[in-house]
Design a protein around this ligand. Structure first.
Ligand SMILES: C[S@@+](CC[C@H](N)C(=O)[O-])C[C@H]1O[C@@H](n2cnc3c(N)ncnc32)[C@H](O)[C@@H]1O
Length: 289
């Protein structure tokens, strides 16, 4: 199968997400970036229409809704409704809908949005798959509307105390190789960024303008009270373990439930002893001309 025919089913392993992990990740990510919507994107219109793609628990969308006038309309789309908040708890201007972001959106949604935001929906996506996903999402944008894509990459492990082992954390990360062993991976939290990855060129190649990328490391903020480093490390271990669980069913993967439990326990013990990781948090934006 060529890349152009490849299915998108591995953009993110589905159905393994724990809502509490997503909500904690939302708090840590928002602190690290210091914004929900990139400051280059204007939020002045009182009737903005905003879509959140792969919305999960809706934590991002609901925080954005709280920061805007109630005349704005906000819709969360996700391939699964399992983490959606109960509809009776939602403000009248917020809705959630089931939608695979890789399939065409209903005609009523096309060219109606001012902002389309996507966060952490890919573990490792090739340039060609990513371009196809972006092309589908920009059908939602009005002319002048903005796409914002947030993702992570460049996982790295560190000691904070001499003489401590990082072996289990490394075993966990190495076990994720099947997710990233593709050619020309351009975005996603499992990837290590090759030299000159030039993600902005993908946005520009599709015709988006005013393209800009910011990359913040998760160790940008050092706050002993928030304990972002410790919480972020444990949060991503939980995420990576969820991904490894999907390999248990894959013949010859070498992963069993027992091995996953052992690695998870040992990795958490290593973190107790001061091992931590960093990730780069990437925010890339572009405007539909
Ligand atoms: C790691 S969670 C991130 C949730 C949310 N964006 C956040 O930042 O808290 C990934 C989400 O993407 C959703 N997802 C995965 N593939 C998708 C697809 N093809 N279309 C729409 N949603 C998808 C999953 O169901 C899951 O809720």
């Amino acid at each position: 199968m060529t890349e152009s025919q490849a299915p998108y089913s591995n953009i993110f392993p589905r159905g393994h997400e724990i809502p509490e992990r997503l909500d904690e990740q939302h708090i840590i990510t928002t602190k690290t970036f210091g914004f929900l919507v990139h400051p280059n994107i204007p939020l002045t219109s009182p009737d903005l229409k905003i879509a959140d793609i792969g919305a999960g628990t809706g934590a991002w969308l609901l925080d954005v809704a709280n920061s805007l006038p109630s005349t704005c309309q906000l819709t969360g789309f996700d391939v699964s409704s399992s983490a959606f908040p109960p509809s009776q708890t939602l403000p009248p201007n917020v809705a959630f809908k089931i939608q695979d972001m890789l399939l065409p959106f209903p005609p009523s949604e096309i060219r109606t949005y001012d902002i389309v935001a996507v966060r952490f929906v890919s573990v490792a996506t090739t340039r060609i798959e990513w371009a196809r996903a972006i092309k589908n999402l920009i059908t939602l944008l009005r002319p002048g509307g903005w796409l914002q894509w947030i993702d992570s990459c460049n996982f790295a492990l560190y000691n904070s105390v001499p003489g401590t082992s990082r072996a289990a954390c490394q075993e966990m990360y190495d076990g994720l190789e099947p997710f990233r062993s593709k050619n020309d991976v351009a975005i996603g939290m499992m990837m290590r960024e090759p030299k000159n990855v030039r993600r902005e060129d993908v946005f520009r190649g599709i015709g988006l303008v005013d393209v800009h990328e910011d990359v913040f490391s998760t160790d940008r903020l050092q706050d002993p009270e928030l304990q972002l480093r410790d919480k972020g490390t444990r949060n991503v271990i939980a995420c990576f373990m969820g991904c490894l669980e999907s390999l248990v069913e894959v013949e010859g993967s070498g992963w069993s439930k027992e091995r996953i439990e052992r690695v998870k326990e040992e990795a958490m013990r290593e973190v107790d002893k001061g091992v931590y990781h960093t990730l780069d948090q990437v925010c890339i934006i572009g405007r539909k001309a």
